[in-house]
Design a protein around this ligand. Structure first.
Ligand code: DC
Length: 229
């Protein structure tokens, strides 16, 4: 198994950007586990499944071919990276996220991704459930308003007609659900590092993360890895 750094936290805290940049500085691979839940959601909606039937969702997850490669996401031989970011998929993704059967299949995909490579992985349960032995477990957070504003700007840029109030409301609902669910609730790891990104530049967040990673590598006698970043 390769070395793993996890970044968990709520939507809009800047996890994806931080994970991608961090992976690029380290020369490691990056894994967007939210994209996995989104692909399962897309496949389930297209198959017309009853979204509340968690067994059916799990069986579907076990039968589809999903490939993630940097920013690219494939369902079978279709590039679905744009489709899975549609608000409809965002809204419906809670069914896949709440289904223990789906979480089990995706945990397998996620651990497999770390088998032959060093990995920066981001999601909600990466440090708490999937990679309890990760080198460093980050929990990246930001204020509700800052996160909603980021998401709002993204959606407007993509041509969606939406109000900030709506984005904020949807986000609060999703956060509450992600934190309250029985299985793999979103929460910081007890032995993790919490980073508040409000008012910080990406560079500041990355420097903070790299500092913790260097320290952890040193403690584990792996300081030779420093030469790669
Ligand atoms: O981070 P995101 O918005 O792309 O995540 C999509 C959905 O998947 C969202 O409902 C949260 C859920 N999710 C999860 O439950 N566990 C993860 N490790 C990643 C995402």
């Amino acid at each position: 198994m390769g070395l793993v750094v996890t970044i968990d936290g709520p939507a809009g805290a800047g996890k994806s950007t931080a994970a991608r940049e961090l992976a690029s500085r380290l020369g490691w691979s990056v894994l967007d586990t939210g994209a996995m839940y989104r692909v399962v959601t897309l496949a389930a909606l297209e198959a017309g499944l009853d979204m509340t039937d968690s067994e059916a969702l799990g069986a579907l997850a076990g039968s589809i071919q999903v490939r993630l490669d940097g920013n690219l996401v494939w369902l079978g031989d279709r590039d679905v990276c744009k489709l899975i970011r549609e608000p409809e998929i965002t809204r419906a993704s809670r069914y896949a996220a709440n289904a223990p059967e789906v979480r089990k299949v995706l945990l397998g995909w996620q651990r497999k991704a770390s088998e032959n490579q060093n990995l920066v992985t981001e999601g909600r349960d990466q440090g708490t459930i999937v990679f309890p032995d990760a080198l460093v477990k980050f929990y990246l957070d930001a204020t509700d308003l800052e996160r909603a504003e980021r998401r709002y700007r993204e959606l407007i840029q993509k041509g969606h007609e939406i109000h900030l109030e709506q984005v904020l409301e949807d986000q609060q609902e999703r956060d509450a659900r992600d934190s309250a669910r029985e299985i793999a609730p979103m929460r910081p790891s007890d032995d993790g590092v919490r980073i508040e990104s409000t008012g910080k530049s990406l560079e500041e967040v990355l420097n903070e993360m790299l500092g913790h990673i260097r320290k952890s590598l040193l403690e584990r006698g792996l300081s030779e890895t420093f030469h790669t970043f």
